[in-house]
Design a protein around this ligand. Structure first.
Ligand code: MN
Length: 194
């Protein structure tokens, strides 16, 4: 049985970047729905007992979609924190690698947001790492996750409309640009180093 992750901050802690109302729906309704769906699909299926990562690598159809969305949202919600508390920029090896590949954090953020804005329909934009530490920005449609390509997921922006429509309506670019204020780079660094 999978359970809904608890948010590591209060429902109103990310406002005004993400409102309490959006979190109520996004975490409390959408993510809860994926958890409930997967728990109904698994009994007696060949995927019962696997981790979310293994399900995403092996399954297709409804198990893939629901397991993928749980994995994606668990990584998404736990990378944020209140704007006044988060580490606003990476340090150490991750900062050095971003500098090496993009020249600056600003240039990286620009490409990341552009790829999120340019993703047609529903999906996710990801920063991931190859086994050798090389960083990759990728667009993943629907419920997909870069673990399928053998990459380690580090950071993701959800571009499904349910992630921003209550607060930003159709302004996806404005929403994605605001998200940098609540990204906790300490979390991203830990994922990179782990
Ligand atoms: Mn979502």
């Amino acid at each position: 049985m999978f359970t809904l992750i608890e948010l590591p901050y209060a429902k109103d802690a990310l406002a005004p970047v993400i409102s309490a109302q959006t979190l109520e729906f996004h975490h409390g309704k959408h993510l809860q729905g994926y958890v409930d769906n997967l728990n109904k699909l698994l009994p007696g299926s060949p995927y019962e007992g696997l981790s979310l990562e293994e399900m995403v690598k092996r399954a297709d159809g409804a198990v893939f979609n629901n397991a993928g969305q749980i994995l994606n949202h668990n990584l998404y919600f736990t990378q944020f924190g209140p704007a006044v508390k988060v580490a606003n920029a990476p340090t150490g090896p991750l900062a050095a690698q971003i500098e090496k590949q993009w020249g600056s954090l600003q240039a990286f953020m620009g490409e990341f947001v552009a790829k999120g804005v340019g993703l047609f329909g529903s999906g996710w934009v990801w920063l991931s790492a190859e086994a050798n530490g090389l960083l990759v920005i990728s667009q993943e449609a629907g419920a997909s996750n870069p673990v399928i390509k053998g990459l380690k997921p580090l950071l993701t922006f959800d571009v499904w409309e349910h992630a921003y429509y209550l607060d930003y309506q159709n302004r996806r670019a404005a929403h994605l640009a605001e998200l940098w204020k609540i990204v906790d780079w300490k979390v991203v660094e830990e994922r990179y180093g782990a």
